[in-house]
Design a protein around this ligand. Structure first.
Ligand SMILES: [Zn+2]
Length: 203
């Protein structure tokens, strides 16, 4: 499985292109569809699906023409549909934990509310795409509409239980860094450490 990081837009967003050399998935294509189309063409990849970690505008905003051009619907948790502003006919909505087989890709959706109510992490093989839930050494903001700080702590605890060598790919490259591992975050992320420490009292 190849994972290309496309850093696009003025907010250090990371779009991920997951492929097996033939088929591809896109995660959080929010900006610069011309560049994304060019990349797909250059790599001769067949785009099978688009998945969103959550509905914030900077993760979704310019994707509609891409979806229509490829006759695709984007996977988005239903609690973030209104937030996304996207029309229903370009969305494949779902609720809660899911397993999707999309071509050769086994996709596990883990609900991780906290940054937004419908925020999810997307697990494919040994990689997890954490959107704005988990960053290297940090977590996403919980002071936005539909944020929930307590839910974020539970979500960080859920992520902490994944295998330590799980590769983490985050929704922005704040500070130039967008990748980590669950093991590194368990060791060094103060928000995840605090959630683990309080496991017995987190409800
Ligand atoms: Zn966000």
């Amino acid at each position: 499985m190849n994972i290309d990081v496309l850093e696009l837009g003025p907010m250090d967003n990371c779009t991920y292109l997951v492929s097996d050399g033939t088929d591809a998935l896109l995660i959080d294509p929010g900006w610069d569809m011309n560049y994304i189309e060019h990349t797909l063409t250059q790599k001769k990849l067949n785009l099978l699906a688009v998945l969103f970690t959550h509905g914030h505008f900077d993760h979704v905003k310019d994707c509609e023409p891409l979806l229509r051009a490829h006759h695709l619907k984007a996977y988005l948790e239903e609690k973030d549909v209104a937030l996304s502003g996207l029309p229903a006919d370009v969305l494949h909505t779902y609720c809660g934990e899911q397993n999707f087989q999309i071509g050769p890709f086994a996709v596990h959706i883990i609900p991780t509310p906290g940054h937004t109510a419908g925020g999810v992490c997307i697990q494919i093989g040994d990689a997890i795409f954490t959107g704005d839930t988990l960053f290297p050494g940090a977590c996403g903001r919980v002071d936005l509409p539909s944020s929930d700080a307590r839910a974020m702590r539970k979500s960080l605890l859920t992520l902490s239980k994944l295998p330590e060598d799980t590769r983490v790919f985050t929704g922005h490259s704040y500070g130039g860094q967008c990748c980590s591992t669950i093991g590194a975050e368990r060791m060094h992320n103060p928000f995840m450490r605090s959630a683990i420490k309080d496991e017995g009292v987190i409800k």
